[in-house]
Design a binder for this molecule. Structure first.
Ligand SMILES: Nc1ncnc2c1ncn2[C@@H]1O[C@H](COP(=O)(O)OP(=O)(O)OP(=O)(O)O)[C@@H](O)[C@H]1O
Length: 919
């Protein structure tokens, strides 16, 4: 028992020994590994210190010297030396390669000696900026490059800047003049490279109000150079942040990741480069400013903004090159590495810099000088652009540079506001001219509607004085302020077109216009721009027109974008449009805002840019009116006499073959004789009695089909004689065109004395057309009604009883001999049974009550169609199946309802009667 226990103990002890042994081994290994790692770390740290100080000079660095005392570190300098020798060994022709590289990457003023360029104004248009900008040179000993020891090899040192990198400069004591010379040299190289205006410089110096780079003074009077308040770094950073947001949005919308990418792809420079030079004092910036600065620096380069920081201690995001000065001539730079000393270029002669700055400033002023003209908005060749992705055109200029408007996916619709006389119409002309000159009618179709009293778009359609028209215009609507229905018709048309495009997109399995055009290259899919000037009229009432207009506008605003249907809405007073604010969706979809001087509520609430905008300028904002999107532009005078018409004529000749636009002029009633609806009439089985022109996008007339169905009579209601006469005239004359001679007979009766000449005229015209037409004496009406009623069953010809002022005949018609039927009874028979037998009544009643008296207890069924003039809507409901009728009577318009074709009445324009004007 005891032996067994001793054995067991022995086994345990030996197992424990084994364990201890193994643990000991493991611990020892870990200790060794740790010691090795620590030594390695110390070597790497030393290596880093030596590289930072420069291998040649490292021995003088007290930190390095201290570490080198450790024998374990002895191999570090040896190793670094070997690496360097190996590097330079392969670098025998390095200096000359560098020289060539800098010469290629820093052409002209970017790298050449100042004598070659200083004082000359640059001409580079700025598509591809130089990649490097010279700051000095560096010299290496030939032995390092495999040459004879003692020979010196010199090469140029240059730094990247525009689009490429920021620059951080650290001064040494008493080197401010050197730093200034370095910065001045760099900026002068940049300014002298490009055409004036391509670069803007912003100077900020924490310690100085005005005297930063004094040789540049002449430039500070132009937009090329701005000196910022030393206490307001925040303003400068805000300004840059605003540019970055705006430019980022613009480039992304156009499908590019940076301004540079966009410039290279499109071959156009749309923005200047901006260089911010910030002089600090070596102390840390307050944390908030530091954060803002880092944020700006991180995305600035993609927006063409580069920073040059002098003694601003910060680690910037993005690419940064550094220059650290040792003394008044020498520095080290991240471009060359710490081992090479850069001999900075000597300062440029200050007098010459001042002269050069003055010349550049003068050239810039000359370039920007004087207001630019409308012709400056136009391209050299017309109709070259494609609208598949977007529409883009300059509308004005800011400091000589064009300012563009973009209508596309991100800014599908535009809102233009400004008080009367602020230049909205002029802006629209500038925009339309600029767009139409760039895009052919196959790329852009315009629908133009002006609610203003006046004829601002009228010239775009063919007129008496100028037969040309704007070939892009498909519709021109003027003087429509009383015809909100026309606005509605346009919106309906756009909504239908939107559906048509959406169905086509579905068929081709695509989601937007660009793809549809790709998939259906032979289709006709221009971008559609609908301009509605003074669009607030659309919302002028609290009625069904306003309700419908609002919902259609909302629908188009929401869904038009992907179908290439764009709205441009202009108004004097956007703030005052109540219905508009009740439905903010339209407002929100109008992400392109154009504020004329003093415009209210077009831009975002806190954005006051429109208040300060000078005359004939506009604030163009593609960011829903948020301040960072503001672009101020001077708009050239596009409304001066002959300016737009001459472009129109050129475009008309260039794009000959485009059909005329439809012109809708609310101030002119259409002529029956020239209406295609009238001239196109021929013999028909169910003839149409034309009542008037429809208020619609398509040029059509409305009429009543006089078939044999019950109720196929026409009543004209109200006291307005001119319109009533016109309606009966057009109805009878249009019917006359649809019958062969002998197939129809017109019986015209006019109990209203004053109208008699009109009735006679009509009768003569009908007779002149070869038809049987008789002007019945009012006193004979009752008897004739009796005869017509009696003959109803056996007449073979069609008969039209045209009666002007039936109400005036009522007293005579009502008379009846005892036991006999009255004339009225016979008229009722004609109204009820006539249509089936080919007899139709076209009558004018001057009041609804008199119509009801005429119809008697039989109700209104025998009047299947009517045209109301000065009659209130509520009086009309019984004639319209009891529905609520909105109708504000107005001269020259009628409310037309045909039970068989209408669900609700529609407004029509009775045709113009030339001879009736002679009254
Ligand atoms: N950029 C401009 N340069 C020169 N003249 C201009 C400019 N813009 C407008 N005008 C002139 O100012 C006048 C008013 O301009 P416009 O008709 O465009 O203003 P509006 O805002 O449309 O005014 P309203 O709403 O009263 O029609 C016009 O006679 C026009 O010639």
């Amino acid at each position: 028992m005891r032996r067994k226990a001793a054995e067991r103990r022995g086994r345990v002890v030996s197992a424990l020994d084994q364990l201890r042994y193994r643990l000991g081994l493991a611990l020892g290994a870990a200790r060794n590994a740790r010691a090795a790692a620590e030594t390695n770390l110390a070597k790497l740290e030393l290596e880093q210190l030596m590289v930072r100080a420069g291998i040649e000079r490292a021995g003088q660095d007290p930190q390095v010297a201290e570490r080198l005392r450790d024998p374990a570190m002895a191999e570090v300098p040896t190793w670094l030396g070997r690496v360097r020798d190996q590097f330079y060994g392969e670098w025998a022709d390095g200096p000359s390669r560098l020289r060539e590289l800098v010469a290629a990457s820093a052409p002209g003023p970017a790298g050449r000696p100042p004598g070659d360029w200083l004082g000359r104004v640059g001409t580079h248009e700025g598509l591809r900026p130089p990649e490097l900008w010279r700051i000095g040179s560096s010299t290496v000993d030939g032995s390092a490059a495999g040459r004879t020891p003692g020979t010196e090899l010199t090469f140029d040192v240059a730094v990247p800047l525009l689009d490429e990198s920021h620059l951080s400069i650290t001064s040494a004591p008493k080197t401010r003049d050197t730093v200034d010379a370095l910065v001045e040299n760099l900026l002068m190289r940049v300014l002298s490279t490009f055409e004036p205006g391509a670069v803007k410089i912003h100077l900020w110096d924490v310690g100085q109000l005005t005297a930063v780079l004094p040789n540049f003074y002449a430039l500070s009077r132009t937009s090329a150079l701005t000196v910022h308040d030393p206490t307001r770094l925040v303003d400068l950073l805000d300004e840059f942040a605003g540019h970055i947001r705006r430019i980022h949005a613009e480039t992304m919308q156009a499908g590019y990741s940076s301004l540079r990418a966009m410039r290279l792809a499109t071959g156009r420079r749309t923005e200047p480069w901006r260089i911010g030079v910030l002089y600090g004092n070596g102390e840390n910036l307050p944390p908030e400013q530091l954060r803002d600065l880092k944020r700006v620096a991180a995305s600035a380069l993609d927006a063409g903004i580069s920073l040059i920081l002098v003694d601003v201690p910060t680690v910037l995001g993005g690419a940064v090159e550094t220059i650290s000065l040792f003394d008044e001539r020498r520095a080290i730079s991240s471009m060359t590495g710490t081992d090479l000393v850069v001999d900075l270029d000597p300062p440029l002669p200050s007098g010459q810099v001042a002269t050069a700055a003055k010349r550049i400033a003068e050239a810039l002023v000359a370039k920007q000088g004087g207001p630019r003209s409308f012709a400056d908005l136009l391209p050299t060749e017309y109709g070259r652009e494609r609208s598949a992705r977007e529409l883009r055109a300059p509308v004005g200029f800011y400091e000589g540079e064009p300012v563009e408007v973009v209508i596309g996916d991100a800014t599908p619709h535009a809102l233009i506001g400004g008080p009367s006389g602020s230049g909205k119409t002029n802006f629209l002309y500038a925009l339309l001219g600029s767009l139409c000159a760039r895009y052919s009618p196959d790329e852009l179709a315009l629908y133009l509607l002006d609610f203003k009293e006046g004829v601002s778009f009228a010239g775009l359609a063919p007129g008496r004085r100028d037969a040309s028209w704007l070939p892009h215009a498909r519709l021109v609507g003027v003087n429509v302020n009383t015809d909100r229905e026309f606005g509605l018709a346009l919106l309906r048309f756009l909504a239908d077109e939107m559906r048509r495009r959406s169905a086509a997109a579905k068929d081709h399995e695509v989601t937007n216009l660009a793809e549809l055009r790709e998939q259906d290259p032979t289709g006709h899919w221009p971008r559609i721009v609908a301009v509605i000037d003074e669009f607030q009229y659309l919302f002028a009432g609290r009625d069904s027109v306003t309700a419908l207009a609002t919902s259609l506008l909302e629908d188009i605003a929401r869904r038009g974008r992907s179908q290439g249907i764009h709205l441009i809405l202009a108004s004097q007073d956007i703030a005052g449009i109540e219905a508009f604010w009740g439905k903010p969706a339209v407002f929100e979809q109008c992400t392109l805002r154009i504020a004329m001087p003093k415009a209210r509520r077009v831009l975002a609430e806190a954005n006051q840019a429109a208040v300060a905008a000078p005359r004939w300028h506009a604030v163009i904002n593609h960011d829903s009116g948020v301040a960072h999107g503001n672009r101020l532009a001077h708009i050239p005078d596009a409304s001066a006499k002959g300016v737009f018409p001459s472009l129109q004529r050129e475009l008309w000749e260039r794009f000959a073959g485009q059909s005329e636009p439809r012109l809708f002029d609310g101030a002119h009633a259409p002529q029956l004789d020239s209406s295609p609806a009238f001239t196109g009439l021929g013999q028909a089985e169910r003839p149409l009695a034309l009542v008037g022109q429809s208020i619609d996008v398509s040029d059509t007339a409305r009429g009543v089909e006089l078939s044999g169905a019950p109720g196929r009579n026409l009543a004209v209601l109200g006291t307005s004689a001119r319109e009533a006469v016109s309606i009966l005239d057009s109805a009878a004359r249009s019917l006359a065109r649809q019958y062969q001679q002998g197939d129809v007979e017109f019986i015209v009766c006019c109990p209203v004395e004053t109208i008699l000449p009109r009735a006679r005229e009509l009768t003569d015209r009908l007779a002149g057309a070869g038809h049987k037409a008789e002007l019945l004496d009012a006193g004979d009406l009752a008897d004739r009604c009796a005869t017509l009623a009696a003959e109803l069953s056996d007449v073979r010809t069609h008969r039209m009883l045209v009666c002007y002022g039936v109400d005036a005949a009522l007293p005579a018609l009502e008379q009846k001999a005892p036991g006999q039927q009255s004339g009225l009874d016979h008229l009722r028979v004609l109204l009820k049974q006539g249509p089936a037998k080919g007899l139709h009544v076209l009558g004018w009643w001057r009041g609804i009550a008199r119509l009801k008296d005429t119809l008697g207890f039989g109700g209104t069924d025998d009047i299947g169609a009517w045209a109301a003039l000065d009659v209130q809507g509520n009086e009309l409901s019984p004639l319209c199946a009891g529905q609520v009728v909105h109708w504000a009577p107005r001269p020259g318009r009628a409310l037309f309802f045909d039970r068989t074709t209408h669900s609700s009445p529609e407004v029509v324009i009775p045709f113009h009667l030339p001879e009736a004007d002679d009254d």
